[in-house]
Design a binder for this molecule. Structure first.
Ligand SMILES: Cc1cc2nc3c(=O)[nH]c(=O)nc-3n(C[C@H](O)[C@H](O)[C@H](O)COP(=O)(O)O)c2cc1C
Length: 170
């Protein structure tokens, strides 16, 4: 509850590097995430190089993105994801779980993240030279939070329990 409450979308990062041991810790928390049938259909591309971050920023041109010293690109391998008998592909769900583990681990380490899905995925695949079956699903900038964002209020807006939870029937 403490980590879930403390996490918010950080859209302002300090010009301060992320320590190697903290990065490894966060990646390890991702590595142990559950996945459908334990197929683990995921890859994480760690981007720290400024030139690579600049290239990636062309696919998501918002100023805060380039401030973060690390960007994790969480990718799903659609050839490796579990398919239910009706062929529903669970790769995206698995990618979400590994991402969420890492967002919480980051908070524990005093770091901030922001889920980003609104990027140009086709362009990203070209930049990172991803094979056709590997889809970039989430960008997760990672860094020390700067000043609290103006839209922090949105973080506090959530449906009430009665709108969210249905007991016994919808
Ligand atoms: C799947 C997903 C995609 C998101 N994509 C973006 C995005 O592209 N850009 C962005 O600024 N925030 C993005 N967000 C962050 C949401 O806007 C944010 O989580 C939501 O407004 C609640 O705020 P909070 O994270 O501060 O609690 C995304 C969040 C999720 C879960």
């Amino acid at each position: 509850m403490e980590l879930a409450s403390a996490r918010y979308s950080v859209r302002n990062y300090l010009d301060r590097p992320v320590e190697e041991d903290k990065l490894q810790y966060i990646l390890e928390c991702g590595r142990i995430a559950p996945s459908a049938a334990n197929f683990q259909p995921w890859h994480i591309i760690v981007i720290r190089d400024l030139e690579m971050r600049r290239k990636l920023a062309t696919t998501y041109p918002r100023p805060f993105f380039i401030q973060a010293p690390v960007v994790l690109v969480i990718c799903g391998d659609h050839n490796a994801g579990w398919k239910r008998s009706d062929q529903k592909d669970h790769t995206d769900i698995d990618a979400a779980i590994i991402t969420d583990h890492m967002t919480l681990a980051a908070v524990e380490q005093g770091l901030g993240t922001c889920w980003i899905c609104n990027f140009d995925a086709r362009q990203c695949s070209e930049i990172l030279q991803l094979p056709a079956n590997i889809e970039p699903i989430v960008y997760l900038p990672l860094g020390y939070p700067g000043k609290e964002p103006d839209d922090r209020a949105r973080h506090l807006v959530r449906k009430g329990m009665s709108e969210l939870v249905h007991w016994e029937k919808f």
